[in-house]
Design a protein around this ligand. Structure first.
Ligand SMILES: Cc1cc2nc3c(=O)[nH]c(=O)nc-3n(C[C@H](O)[C@H](O)[C@H](O)COP(=O)(O)OP(=O)(O)OC[C@H]3O[C@@H](n4cnc5c(N)ncnc54)[C@H](O)[C@@H]3O)c2cc1C
Length: 469
């Protein structure tokens, strides 16, 4: 280790204490990676110099000041469940593990909670439930993800149709800046006093500052929840129903609409065609839920929906976090982590947002364009509304399947951008989509992002290489 790095680690040990500066090789290797796995392997992970665990905002600010002075990169790390390589270390530097920033302070009268960036979402929700309140953000990773992770990717959960994404539920932030200063904004629903500075750090993936705490909206525990499942004959019919109920102003607390296609390679996968299926739910006060549900059922029936057995949607809801719990259990076992069935196939997904009027056109592109490159559309879905469209693409592993699929995905994402859409609605851009960021923020946006980055982080220490910054 170079002398300057040793000197930095000594200064960090003085600041945080020896227990909060992890130098063990296995620990450093573990924290070099997040859940991106083997995809985007072109940017191999670099083993960090140390994993630091500050316990207060002032300590985080102190770490950043020392790192800036030494010109050493700092990657903020929550639970490492991010799928885009946002928390992958690209150069030997510091991983700033937020695990000790875990204070949770409920303000029932103001219907908000100040939560440390390292608090686990499920723990924040449990603290709120003691006051008959709850969180609105409910991603698959609810039991394991930190508060700082979804803030930094502006994540979206199952209940996003009702409560919005993580950014929509955030009233204020406390942030440590690269020069070692702290920012704390006011936890208010509205202010008309210049730009909302908290917004600058939502979705910034730790490239502009490190979030140390957030004031999140707290919602009353719903009086009632109703769930339903429907089949449609054609994807277009269910899309029209989803679009109509959204246009009316209904705000479902569950909206997942998906269809699956048969594998054209029976020797590699026995997957069969599944007609479109809509899971729909409402929650809130009893009369609101009753009225929303009865109107939504009428809309679905008007588009030819067939109701499915109630148990099917109840099971879906009860099991919605299992995959993330399994992921957390298998962390470190990379062979199991990257498995996704059918070893003869590689699969990958996209999650794009589009003007609703362009969604069916884009779905057609997802059918046609990949087949010209030896890949197929396996699944497509709407999540939380008609504008958030996901697709799973697959191709045989043989003859460079991984690279072929990467080309297919990039071409689709660019087609989405050309239709006025955004290449990602949920997971952030991280490392995986960094190369498409200039195109995503064309017309002056990317240039402005770069100027903001230079102003806030002149030594370029904050999560370098992510978001293309
Ligand atoms: C099986 C599975 C299912 C998933 N389902 C969903 C889903 O339904 N919805 C969804 O939105 N996401 C989902 N994800 C992605 C991931 O769980 C979310 O992005 C999650 O919010 C990441 O939280 P984390 O604590 O693990 O963050 P990390 O992975 O540790 O970090 C994510 C990014 O945020 C940055 N960061 C972390 N903490 C801070 C901080 N305090 N300050 C500044 N930057 C910070 C990191 O540097 C990184 O760039 C899923 C992932 C998996 C593996």
């Amino acid at each position: 280790m170079p002398r300057t790095a040793n000197a930095l680690l000594d200064r960090l040990t003085n600041l945080l204490g020896p227990d909060a500066v992890g130098r063990r090789s296995a620990e450093r290797r573990f924290f070099a990676q997040d859940a991106l796995g083997s995809r985007a392997a072109a940017s191999e992970a670099a083993v960090p110099l140390a994993v630091v665990r500050p316990a207060t905002a002032e300590e985080v600010a102190g770490v950043l000041a020392l790192a800036s002075e030494a010109g050493v990169p700092v990657v903020a790390y929550g639970a490492g469940t991010g799928l885009m390589g946002g928390a992958r270390s690209l150069r030997p530097g510091l991983v700033l593990d937020t695990v000790n920033l875990n204070q949770i302070d409920v303000h029932p009268a103001d219907r908000l909670v100040w939560a440390g960036a390292g608090s686990i979402l499920a723990d924040v929700d449990s603290a709120l439930r003691q006051h008959d309140l709850c969180l609105g953000h409910d991603p698959w990773t609810f039991p394991v993800a930190s508060v700082g992770g979804p803030l930094s990717t502006n994540g979206l959960g199952y209940k996003g149709g009702r409560y919005g994404g993580m950014g929509d539920q955030t009233l204020a932030l406390e942030v440590a800046l690269a020069d070692g200063t702290l920012l704390r904004t006011k936890a208010l629903r509205r202010h008309s006093t210049g730009p909302d500075l908290a917004r600058l750090f939502i979705g910034a993936e730790g490239t502009l500052g490190v979030i140390t705490a957030a004031a999140l909206r707290a919602y009353p525990i719903p009086e009632r929840q109703e769930l339903r499942a429907f089949r449609f004959r054609r994807f277009e019919d269910g899309f029209a129903a989803v679009d109509a109920l959204t246009a009316l102003g209904l705000r479902p607390s569950l909206l997942e609409y998906s269809e699956e296609h048969a594998s054209p390679w029976p020797e590699l996968s026995t997957r069969e065609e599944e007609p479109p299926l809509l899971y729909l739910g409402f929650e809130g006060f009893a009369e609101e839920v009753e009225a929303s549900l009865s109107r939504a059922e009428r809309i679905a029936a008007g588009h030819g929906a067939t109701p499915l057995p109630q148990q099917q949607v109840e099971d879906f809801w009860a099991e919605r976090h299992i995959i993330a719990e399994r992921f957390a259990r298998n962390r470190g076992n990379r062979r199991r982590r990257n498995g996704w069935g059918d070893p003869g196939l590689v699969r990958d997904y996209i999650h794009v947002s589009l003007p609703p009027s362009k969604v069916l056109e884009f779905r057609d592109i997802c059918h046609r364009q990949p087949s010209r490159q030896g890949a197929v559309l396996f699944e497509c879905a709407l999540w939380t509304g008609p504008d958030c469209f996901s697709a799973v693409l697959a191709t045989p592993t043989a003859d460079g399947g991984q690279e072929r699929l990467q080309g297919v995905i990039d071409a689709l994402l660019m087609s989405c951008q050309d239709l006025g859409g955004s290449m990602e609605y949920v997971h952030g851009a991280g490392l995986r989509l960094a190369h498409l960021m200039p195109r995503e923020h064309a017309e002056g946006g990317f240039d402005l992002l770069q100027r903001l980055k230079r102003a806030l982080d002149p030594e370029a220490i904050l999560n370098p290489g992510k978001l293309g910054l």
